[in-house]
Design a protein around this ligand. Sequence first.
Ligand SMILES: Nc1ncnc2c1ncn2[C@@H]1O[C@H](COP(=O)(O)OP(=O)(O)OP(=O)(O)O)[C@@H](O)[C@H]1O
Ligand SMILES: [Mg+2]
Length: 279
Amino acid sequence: MIRFDGISKRFPDGTLAVDDFTITIPSRTTTVFVGSSGSGKTTLLRMVNRMVDPTSGSIHIDDDDISTLEPVALRRRIGYVMQNSGLLPHRTVVDNVATVPLLTGVSKREARAAALDLMDTVGLDRALADRYPSQLSGGQQQRVGVARGLAIDPNILLMDEPFGAVDPLVRSELQQELVRIQKDLAKTIVFVTHDIDEAFLLGDQVVILKTGGRIAQVGTPAEILANPADEFVDTFIGAERGRRALSIQTVNGKEVVVDGTGRLAGILRSPTPESGRSA
Ligand SMILES: Nc1ncnc2c1ncn2[C@@H]1O[C@H](COP(=O)(O)OP(=O)(O)OP(=O)(O)O)[C@@H](O)[C@H]1O
Ligand SMILES: [Mg+2]
């Protein structure tokens, strides 16, 4: 569990990036911070591994007040996938993934073997292991970034717009991949995005932020879609909400489901015993 308690951050130049932010992030689930550019998402994320220290308030990881922990040691046990992948350009893929484990004293052979396993986990062909980041596609680079975040097998994984710089198709592939990985690994993931669609897809808990890290609404995607807290949230999720407003039409005696834009979303079947819950 990660607990932010009355957290504020004022940078030396006077910018109040985060103003009195309080939230609990449950373990082994995905919490998504979503908000427009400059709303304080990266600042909030970087406070968890003490790359930024708050001006006031406290952050606890389980029972530890992190201000009492040594920042470097803390960073080595929290996975961090940076905005724009953050790969080291002069190191090969496998060395990028193995960097932090090597710093923590794992042997070179072990680190390389573990890095190759992680390439499988994130869906990267092992044949790419000895290439440099510039020799990879954008989507492949982002996968390396995720493998790197997972390399120390952390309980907590911080992900800052990890799928920002790729085309929509690859982005959707990476999102599905993360859903699959999270199903297996059940990490405490804090994921940052400005894309509400991505937030609803990945988040067990979604936190919608206004400027200054002010919380507009916290809830499950279903809770937020069903009951937007105010006009700001309503506007923010607007397009998405319309698209998800499904309705039933009858075509040639069969019932089909169309979305808010009138596109076919699927056909309607009565639940079979095996399918259990309805979708
Ligand atoms: N080192 C800094 N010094 C001064 N102001 C900063 C610093 N870092 C961030 N800020 C300011 O704090 C606010 C929040 O920035 P932050 O990077 O957390 O936003 P963000 O939500 O991650 O934005 P984006 O979606 O563009 O990445 C912005 O107004 C930004 O200009
Ligand atoms: Mg940011």
